[in-house]
Design a binder for this molecule. Structure first.
Ligand code: ADP
Ligand code: ZN
Ligand code: ZN
Length: 735
């Protein structure tokens, strides 16, 4: 009976294409198959199989069937899970993208299906009776009992045995060396030997939370759970306990999403300590070979515990039992390019399709999340205090209007004094300013000329490290010229305002006895450099750390007792929807770095608006009052999450064409949608990377059905030559 397959291809095409399934080929829905478009081969996924045999065909259909190209090859990779296909369709609909673009995130990496070269693997041959069992040998043998086989590199990292131990076992004929495909090194369905794991003994609140997750997993139902507790309250230990429950079974996979790659190293260390093995990673920092290996290990169900950045959500899980979104409030979960999506929100949807629990962990949950708790949609699990009796830091606000600072200085006398006393007590201080470089603006003292980026609406930021001016939006950089481009006066420039490098310079000038460590992405350019810097800090060689938001997250420095926030007001300017919320979250998180062990921590917030609600809430430690005020204000102004925003950015190289297209789109939107349409107006970043930008904002009811209509815009975009239309549902960026 003739069967037709609808094959979705990872390209920006409006729909799946039909292909004939050859009689001798067995293909199921979800199978990865090779087909061609024109003469070009692609790997796609069988989205649906339709039986076209038993209907009476019109002549047209018959012709079509005859001309249908066949599927060329079915791959051996296990088929994509049905729920994942539903999820991809759902994400496409929600984000107003073509499903092929979402599929591309799930499999769009180069050479994913290139046959891997066979590699040498080790497996058990004989019972280890004739040989003395040292701890190292036992580790290797136990590991191979659990994982069947592994290559040398895996054995070395997972068991910490040396090469000679493994060679010795081969010589004693306990192990044997064979050849295997890279993606089939272990059979699926393996109980993890957890004998080497040392799970924490949970306290009462932690235990209650862990049981809630485990009960939800066992009942196989969708349960969104907010794990709410200050930094250090043991949230990680709680979801570890739930993961241990999965690992103790024959099969089942768990996924931990982290907002940033920088955090994975620490998480991997903790997992290795707790579970005795390394989780499977997924992020942009991996080599293509590792990515390919990990992707296949997940598709085969061998990878039981996966940690990764937001894109890990689209990995080919076979049997996902739990998703954890750590630091769920973090704005890096929002992907701003290609398919624009929020990984936390998509993860919640995925969990609901899979009927599994999802744990959102945070000390400062997003307003959206708290409202879902309030509406009874999410269950609230609270860890009330730091584990082991460590107390929360004292928060002091320094009123900068009365600080008595000299010009070109940013560290108030009070803060300097506090750094001094921390140093004499042998403790460390951290100065935080969320601005890279030396100074955010350079100008000519003679004529007032300001250095600006030619491709973006932004000033060039002076950097001391490479003596260059940088655009933080497009990456452009130039050496600071000798003469002013406007008036030609020589070397008469003024650096305005502080960046992180300038604060470090100020510390060095005012406290020459202090050892300083800069922590910014411009200085920690390689993992080795990062590790070295962190090592210097933890081993106590550093007195003052000066850093950007890179340091706000995750790090645990035992001797750090003081945090100084140079400009607590910085994030409040610009006034987008979430400015207050984000500032609160960031400063709370930075503050949490202070006094994580026995000693009392102190935080100094330097502010010119000390009466501001955010600063007040931080000082009083009253998160919930702050969230309540935020909720009231959003409700009063009818903003998200009470209504839905969809932002459109129309961009292109010719300003007039962009403006015209934007106004046509505006007219079209007003006719097509039952919603308020704001704009078009030039975007805040009216020029970005050489492209002019206009914005429109669609304000609609939360559940208004506007997605199908908006999808048509992608076809409209093709009418406008050289114009790009970017659609951002639930925007976080308003630039
Ligand atoms: P969070 O994820 O909330 O920031 P962590 O899980 O990192 O908190 O816990 C903070 C520190 O306290 C970690 O070093 C952790 O190992 C330790 N800890 C938390 N709970 C326990 C426990 N029940 N037993 C032993 N150590 C714990
Ligand atoms: Zn000048
Ligand atoms: Zn630029």
């Amino acid at each position: 009976m003739p069967l037709t397959a609808q094959v979705l291809i990872p390209l920006a095409l409006p729909k799946a294409f039909s292909y004939a399934i050859p009689e001798n080929m067995s293909v199921t829905e979800g199978a990865y198959v090779q087909v061609s478009i024109g003469n070009k081969p692609y790997i796609g996924v069988v989205w649906r199989i339709e039986n076209t045999g038993n209907t009476v065909d019109t002549e047209e259909q018959t012709t079509k069937k005859y001309t249908l190209k066949p599927i060329e090859k079915a791959l051996k990779t296990p088929p994509m899970h049905k729920t994942q296909r539903m999820f991809i369709d759902w994400v496409a609909r929600y984000t107003i993208s073509y499903p092929g673009m979402v599929l591309k995130m799930a499999m769009g990496m180069k050479d994913l299906f290139k046959p891997a070269k066979p590699i040498e693997v080790y497996q058990l041959k004989n019972n280890a009776t004739k040989i003395r069992l040292t701890p190292a040998r036992t580790h290797v043998i136990d590991y191979l009992k659990a994982h069947h086989r592994a290559d040398m590199a895996t054995l070395l990292t997972q068991t910490q045995a040396s090469i000679s131990v493994i060679r010795g076992l081969v010589k004693a004929e306990i192990l044997e060396k064979t050849q295997a495909d890279l993606d089939s090194t272990a059979p699926a369905g393996m109980r993890h030997s957890l004998h080497s794991s040392t799970l924490a003994t949970l306290d009462d609140a932690q235990q209650r939370a862990a049981s809630t997750i485990i009960v939800a997993m066992d009942s196989q139902s969708f349960s969104p759970l907010l794990l709410d507790g200050v930094t250090g309250s043991g949230k990680t230990e709680v979801f570890f306990a739930a993961i241990a429950h999965i690992l103790a079974q024959e099969k089942g996979q768990a996924l931990i999403l982290l907002p940033e790659i920088a955090l994975t190293t620490q998480m991997i260390d903790r997992i290795r300590k707790r579970f005795g093995f390394e989780p499977t990673q997924w992020h942009s920092g991996l080599t293509p070979t590792t990515r390919r290996k990990n992707w296949h290990a997940i598709a085969q169900g061998h990878a039981r515990l996966v940690i990764g950045a937001r894109s890990a959500l689209f990995l080919p899980f076979q049997d996902l039992k739990l998703v954890v979104v750590d630091e769920e409030h973090d704005s890096s979960y929002k992907q701003e390019e290609g398919v624009i999506y929020h990984a936390r929100d998509m993860a919640v949807m995925y969990a609901s399709l899979l009927k599994i629990p999802i744990v959102l962990a945070s000390a400062t949950p997003a307003l959206e999340t708290m409202l879902n708790v309030k509406d009874g949609k999410y269950q609230h699990m609270i860890l009330p205090a730091r584990y082991g009796g460590a107390t929360m830091p004292h928060i002091h606000v320094i009123d900068m209007r009365k600080s008595g600072l000299n010009k070109q200085q940013w560290i108030s006398p009070k803060l300097q004094e506090a750094i001094g006393s921390a140093m004499s007590a042998g403790n460390q201080s951290l100065l935080f300013i969320n601005r890279r470089g030396y100074a955010p603006l350079m100008l000519c003292r003679n004529c007032g000329y300001r250095f600006a980026c030619k491709s973006c609406s932004s000033w060039l930021v002076a950097h001391k490290s490479d003596r260059k001016l940088h655009c933080h939006h497009c990456g452009y950089h130039e050496l600071l010229p000798k003469e002013c481009p406007e008036c030609a006066s020589e070397e008469d420039f003024a650096a305005c305002g502080p960046g992180v490098e300038r604060i470090a310079e100020e510390v060095a000038a005012r406290m020459p006895e202090a050892t300083i460590q800069l922590l910014t992405s411009d200085h920690l350019t390689t993992p080795a450099k990062t590790e070295e810097a962190l090592e210097r800090i933890t081993s106590g060689k550093v007195d003052v750390i000066v850093g950007t938001q890179l340091i706000a997250k995750g790090h645990h420095f035992p001797k750090l007792t003081l945090v100084g926030v140079i400009d607590a007001d910085l994030g409040l300017a610009g006034g987008d929807l979430r400015a207050a919320e984000r500032t609160f979250q960031l400063l709370h998180q930075v503050s949490g770095r202070a006094g994580r062990e026995q000693q009392q921590g102190h935080v100094y917030l330097q502010s010119y608006i000390p009466d501001n609600a955010v600063i007040q809430a931080l000082q009083k430690g009253d998160r919930d009052a702050f969230l309540y005020a935020e909720e009231q204000s959003r409700q009063f102004t009818q903003s998200p999450p009470f209504i839905r925003y969809t932002a459109l950015v129309i961009s292109g190289k010719e300003e007039l064409a962009v403006k015209r297209a934007a106004s046509q789109v505006g007219v079209w939107l007003k006719e097509a949608l039952e919603a308020d349409i704001l704009g078009p107006v030039p975007a805040a970043m009216a020029l970005l990377k050489g492209k002019y930008r206009y914005r429109l904002l669609v304000k609609s009811a939360r559940h208004a059905k506007i997605h199908a209509k908006l999808l048509q815009l992608h076809q409209h975009a093709q009418k406008f030559r050289g114009i790009d239309i970017r659609i951002d549902v639930d925007p976080h960026s308003f630039m």
